[in-house]
Design a protein around this ligand. Structure first.
Ligand code: HEC
Ligand code: HEC
Ligand code: HEC
Ligand code: HEC
Ligand code: HEC
Ligand code: HEC
Length: 471
C-alpha cells in the first residue's frame, strides 16, 4: 500500500484537531474570560452543592447548560440569582420561585461579593466543563481536568495488549517464513511448516502467558490489599454542614476546645452535641444556611430555640410533636427575617432535610447523638496515640491533618500508611530539651551535653520497633 497516502491522511487529521483546539482556546481568551479563576471560585464556593461534572444533580441542580435555561430573562437576572437567590424568590421572579419550589425550598448560599467578571468566569468554566472544551490545550487533549478525573485506562491497556499480541503473531509468521525460504535457498528439504495453532500452543508461548498472568494477578492482589481501608483524600458528606473553616479558621476556636482528647489520650474524640450548645444556645441561626443546619443540633439534643429551654422527656417524644416544635421555629424565624410568610414547601423542605440528616437505617429517630461519619481509620492491628504525638512529641495537628482550619469539609490529608509513619519517625527530631518526658534517656542527654550529638530522632528512641505500633 502507498505509505505517502496514509501519512498525508494522518497529518491532515492531526492539524485539523490542533486547529480546533487552538480556536476553542482562543474563543475563550477573546471573550476575556479567565476560566482557571472561574474554576478556583467554583471549587471553593459552589462545589459544596453543585456537582463538578456539571451533569448530575447534587444538593443543587446540575449547572451544565444553565445559561440556556435563563435565555428568556435579561442576563442580569442570572447574575442576581447567583448573588442573592433568596432576594429573587422573595421578589417573585418566575424562574427563581419555580426553581426554589422544585428544590423543596433548599436555600442557595448568597454570594453578594462576586463581581460581574467573577460570575462570567464561573459561568465560562461551567460551560467549558459541560461542553468538554475546558482543559483542551493546543497540542493535545490532556488538560488538568483530564488528569484529575483519573480516567479508567483498562480499555486502552487491553487494546494495546491485543495489538502487541497480533504483532507478535505476525512476527512469528514472518520469522517462520524467512526460515522456510532460507532452508529452500540452501537447497535443503524444508521441514513441515508450523501452523498458527502450533505456534500459539508451543511450550514457550504457554509458559510466557502463565508467567504474565501470575505477575499481573499478584501485583493487583497486593496492591488492592495494601490500599484496603486506606483512603487518602476521603471526604464524606457529614450529617451537618459543619465547617472547620468557619469555626477553627474564621472564629479561631482552638482545636483542643472541641478535640480535647488529643492532648490527653489515645483518641482525639469528636465533640458531643453539648459542646456545640455552649455557643449555639446563643447562635441559633447562621449567615449561610439560616435555620437549616443549626436546627439539626437542637433536634438532636432536644432544645427548643423558640422558648430557649431544653424539652423535658425528649427521648420519648413522638416524631410528630417534635416536627411541630421545629417547624414552628423555622417558620417564625423566616417571618421575622423577611416580614412575609415562607414560600410553599420551604418549611417542609427544610424539615425533611433535617430528618434525613439525623436518621439512617439504624437510627430511625431524630433524637440522640449526631452520627458523624468517621474519616480517619487505622486498621485494628496498628496502634496510634494522639497524646504521645501532640503532648509528648509536640507535633502540630496540621502536620498530619493538613490545613484543617481552611477546610469547609474535612478530608483525610495524609496516607496513614506504615511508610508514612516510619518516614516521619526517621526524619523527625524529638524535642529533647526541656521536655520532662525524656528525662530517662540519660545517655542521649550526656551526649548532647558534651557535644557528641546534636539531635535524637524518633527512630533512635525506638520509633521503628514493630511492637511499638503493632499489637
Ligand atoms: C448551599 C448550597 C449551594 C451553594 C454553595 C451554591 N448553590 Fe447554586 N443552587 C443551590 C440550590 C439548592 C439551587 C436550586 C434552587 C434553590 O433551591 O434555591 C441552586 C440553583 C442554582 C442556579 C440555577 C440553576 C438553574 O437550573 O437555573 C445557578 C445558576 C446556581 N445555583 C449557581 C451557583 C453558583 C455559581 C454558585 C457558587 C458561586 C452556587 N450556585 C453555590 C444550592 C447552592
Ligand atoms: C467547634 C468544634 C471544633 C473545632 C474548633 C475543631 N473541630 Fe475538628 N471536628 C469537629 C467535628 C464536629 C468533627 C466531625 C465532623 C467533620 O468531620 O467535619 C470534626 C472532625 C475533625 C477531623 C476528622 C475526624 C475523623 O473523622 O477522622 C479532624 C482531623 C479534625 N476535626 C481536626 C481538627 C483540627 C486540626 C482542628 C483545629 C485546627 C479542629 N479539628 C477544630 C469539631 C471541631
Ligand atoms: C466556640 C463557639 C462555637 C462552638 C463550640 C460551635 N460553634 Fe458552630 N458556629 C459558631 C459561630 C461563631 C458560627 C458562625 C455563625 C454565623 O454564621 O454567623 C458558627 C456556625 C455554625 C454553622 C453554620 C451555620 C450557618 O448557617 O452558617 C454550623 C452548621 C455550626 N456552627 C455547627 C456547629 C456544630 C455541629 C458544633 C459542635 C460540634 C458547633 N457548631 C460548635 C460558634 C461555635
Ligand atoms: C502524628 C500525626 C498526628 C497528629 C500530630 C495528630 N493526629 Fe489526629 N489522627 C492521626 C491518625 C493516624 C488518626 C487515625 C487514628 C485511628 O484511626 O486510630 C487520627 C485521627 C484523628 C481524629 C478522629 C478521631 C480519632 O481520634 O480517631 C481526630 C478528630 C483528630 N485526629 C484530630 C486531631 C487534632 C485536633 C490534633 C491536634 C491537637 C491531631 N489530630 C494531631 C494522626 C495525627
Ligand atoms: C509528623 C511526624 C510523625 C508521624 C507522621 C507519625 N509519628 Fe509517631 N512519633 C512522632 C514523634 C515526634 C514521636 C516522639 C514522641 C515520643 O517521644 O513519644 C513519635 C512517637 C511514636 C510512638 C512512640 C515511640 C516510642 O519509642 O516511644 C509510636 C508508637 C508512634 N509514634 C506511632 C506512630 C504511628 C502508628 C504513626 C502512623 C499512623 C505515626 N506514629 C506517625 C512523629 C510522628
Ligand atoms: C511507626 C509505626 C509502625 C512501625 C514501627 C511498624 N509498623 Fe507496620 N504498620 C503500621 C501502620 C500504621 C500500618 C497500617 C497501614 C495501612 O493501613 O495501610 C502497618 C501495617 C503493617 C502490615 C500490614 C500490611 C500493610 O501495609 O497494611 C504489616 C505486615 C506490618 N505493618 C508489619 C510491620 C513489621 C514487621 C514491623 C517491624 C519491622 C512494623 N510493621 C513496624 C505502623 C508501623
Amino acid at each position: 500500500m502507498n505509505n505517502r497516502f496514509w501519512l498525508k491522511r494522518l497529518s491532515i487529521f492531526l492539524s485539523t484537531f490542533l486547529l480546533t483546539a487552538t480556536l476553542i482556546a482562543q474563543e475563550d481568551a477573546a471573550a476575556g474570560l479567565d476560566l482557571d479563576a472561574g474554576k478556583a471560585l467554583f471549587r471553593s464556593q459552589c462545589a459544596t452543592c453543585h456537582a463538578t461534572n456539571m451533569k448530575t444533580d447534587a444538593t443543587g441542580p446540575a449547572l451544565g447548560g444553565v445559561e440556556e435555561r435563563w435565555v428568556d430573562y435579561p442576563q442580569e437576572d442570572l447574575y442576581s440569582w447567583i448573588r442573592n437567590s433568596q432576594a429573587m424568590v422573595t421578589a417573585g421572579h418566575p424562574r427563581g420561585t419555580a426553581l426554589f419550589e422544585e428544590w423543596n425550598g433548599s436555600i442557595m448560599t448568597p454570594f453578594l461579593n462576586l463581581t460581574d467578571e467573577q460570575i462570567a468566569n464561573i459561568l465560562g468554566y461551567i460551560d467549558g466543563v459541560y461542553n468538554e472544551t475546558y482543559g483542551v490545550v493546543p497540542g493535545g487533549p490532556i488538560g488538568p481536568e483530564v488528569e484529575e478525573e483519573k480516567p479508567d485506562n483498562t480499555l486502552l491497556f487491553v487494546v494495546l495488549a491485543a495489538i502487541l499480541a497480533i504483532l507478535a503473531v505476525i512476527l512469528a509468521r514472518i520469522i517462520s517464513n524467512l526460515n522456510y525460504m532460507v532452508e529452500v535457498r540452501e537447497g535443503a528439504t524444508p521441514g513441515p511448516r508450523k501452523t498458527l495453532v502450533e505456534i500459539l500452543t508451543s511450550k514457550g508461548i504457554i509458559a510466557f502467558v502463565i508467567f504474565t498472568l501470575v505477575v499481573l494477578g499478584g501485583y493487583t492482589t497486593v496492591n488492592n490489599a495494601i490500599s484496603l481501608g486506606r483512603q487518602q483524600g476521603y471526604q464524606p458528606e457529614q450529617p451537618i454542614k459543619f465547617s472547620h473553616a468557619t469555626h477553627a479558621g474564621l472564629n479561631k476556636i482552638d482545636c483542643n476546645y472541641c478535640h480535647d482528647g488529643a492532648r490527653r489520650s489515645k483518641h482525639s474524640v469528636i465533640p458531643s452535641t453539648n459542646t456545640c450548645m455552649n455557643c449555639h444556645r446563643a447562635i441559633k441561626e447562621g449567615t449561610t444556611y439560616g435555620t437549616a443546619e443549626i436546627t439539626k443540633i437542637f433536634a438532636s439534643i432536644g432544645y427548643d430555640p423558640s422558648t430557649d429551654s431544653y424539652i423535658s422527656d425528649y427521648e420519648n417524644m413522638s416524631q410528630s410533636d417534635i416536627e411541630d416544635i421545629y417547624k414552628k421555629w423555622i417558620a417564625d424565624t423566616y417571618v421575622r427575617n423577611n416580614n412575609t410568610a415562607p414560600p410553599g414547601g420551604f418549611v417542609e423542605g427544610q424539615w425533611n432535610d433535617i430528618v434525613s440528616s439525623l436518621t439512617n437505617e439504624n437510627k430511625t429517630k431524630v433524637q440522640g447523638p449526631i452520627e458523624w461519619i468517621r474519616i480517619h481509620n487505622l486498621p485494628d492491628h496498628a496502634y496510634f496515640n494522639h497524646a504521645q504525638h501532640v503532648t509528648v512529641g509536640k507535633v502540630e495537628c496540621q502536620t498530619c491533618h493538613g490545613p484543617v482550619e481552611e477546610m469547609e469539609v474535612v478530608e483525610q490529608y495524609s496516607p496513614l500508611s506504615m511508610g508514612w509513619c516510619i518516614n516521619c519517625h526517621r526524619q523527625t527530631e524529638v524535642q529533647f530539651k526541656d521536655n520532662d518526658y525524656y528525662k530517662a534517656y540519660t545517655k542521649y542527654h550526656e551526649e548532647i551535653a558534651n557535644g557528641q550529638r546534636t539531635k535524637v530522632t524518633v527512630e533512635e528512641i525506638g520509633g521503628l520497633e514493630c511492637q511499638k505500633c503493632h499489637y
